[in-house]
Design a protein around this ligand. Structure first.
Ligand code: FE2
Ligand code: FE2
Length: 339
């Protein structure tokens, strides 16, 4: 005879559900109007894409630029100018003033700006830089804007890139000063560097501009990063950079046979020549700026100079001689190898 247990479990097979009594839930706290969320991912994506478009449209910077110069001169001089460090007590303002006047007043001289025009030590960890300031950041920005504007009035600036000192305003506040004054400027801004295709009359030069804060900088070879840029960025004719406050104008050959070409690297130096930071790091002093390239407007021909004064003298001399030859007042010299 089957004996039934009084305990229900023992009367069930193991597969059977055992229905245990459920205690009755009593809701003591209720939220009758609690908000439910809804995440519309598609709407978010659409909005982000539109926000990106608007932001790009409002940004002053571009990645590549074309510049055309029409001139009746046989040669033009392009100077790499930057690392002005306006605002610092260690900047050579007299040298700066004389260079800016020379660029403005000499026919055929143009500048590419390589950044760090402002000292702009707004980064808290570098606040000692502000202690060395003779102008506050607002005054520095006003002054730089005025000087750039003065050069642009005479069509002297071909293109600009930003330096790390300029970008500190963005990293500390999220505000790009260059966006504010962009529409008053004529020249293109390539904030993080890029190619500038310069057409001098009918001659095309490919310039690569970069501030020069590079992973490939070498303390022993001022143009090492520029030469690496030729491989990693593209085969330029001339590169202008700054940042390291050393100056060098290098001219050499690259490749062979039908690919053989000459190329030039210019590292611009600085007007912040008496920099105690550099001295403390055994770097001596900032090297004087003004490295430049004489460029033919008739065929692709480049002649670099370390000093702006030498470049200007050569520019005037070569254009004068060519003008005398053109007028039949001077015989053309026979130089083998001259194009
Ligand atoms: Fe600098
Ligand atoms: Fe820099």
């Amino acid at each position: 005879m089957e004996r039934k247990s009084k305990i229900p479990f023992f009367n069930s097979s193991i597969e059977e559900d055992v229905k245990l009594p459920v205690p009755k839930e009593e809701k003591l706290v209720v939220f009758p109007d609690r908000k439910e969320t809804k995440v519309d991912y598609e709407a978010h994506l659409k909005s982000v894409i539109e926000q990106q478009r608007l932001r790009k449209e409002a940004d002053a910077s571009q990645e590549v630029a074309h510049v055309e110069i029409k001139t009746n001169l046989d040669y033009a001089l392009v100077v790499g100018s930057g690392d002005w460090h306006i605002g610092s007590e260690n900047t050579d303002y007299k040298l700066f003033d004389s260079h800016m006047k020379a660029i403005k007043d000499t026919e055929g001289v143009y500048a590419v700006m390589v950044g760090d025009e402002k000292d702009n030590f707004v980064l808290p960890k570098f606040r000692s830089g502000l202690f060395e300031g003779v102008l506050n950041p607002q005054q520095q920005a006003d002054m730089v804007k005025g000087i750039l504007g003065g050069l642009e009035e005479k069509d002297k600036i071909l293109a600009r890139v930003s330096g790390n000192h300029d970008e500190w305003t963005w990293t500390e506040s999220g505000v790009e000063l260059s966006n504010f004054w962009h529409n008053e400027m004529k020249s293109p801004l390539l904030r993080n560097g890029g190619f500038v295709h310069l057409k001098l009359n009918e001659v095309d030069y490919t310039l690569y501009l970069h501030h020069g804060k590079s992973l490939f900088n070498s303390n022993f070879n001022p143009n090492h990063a520029s030469k690496r840029a030729f491989e990693f960025q593209g085969p330029y004719d001339a590169m202008f950079s700054g940042h390291t406050h050393v100056a060098e104008a290098a001219h050499s050959w690259r490749w062979a046979d039908e690919f053989k070409k000459d190329y030039v690297q210019v590292r611009t130096g600085t007007y912040k020549t008496k920099d105690p930071y550099a001295r403390a790091k055994q770097l001596g002093e900032g090297q004087p700026p003004g490295a430049c390239i004489l460029m033919s407007t008739e065929d692709k021909r480049m002649m670099p100079f370390l000093k702006l004064e030498d470049g200007i003298e050569a520019l005037k001399a070569i254009n004068t001689v060519n003008s005398l030859i053109a007028q039949g007042l001077l015989g053309e010299p026979e130089i083998e190898g001259k194009k």
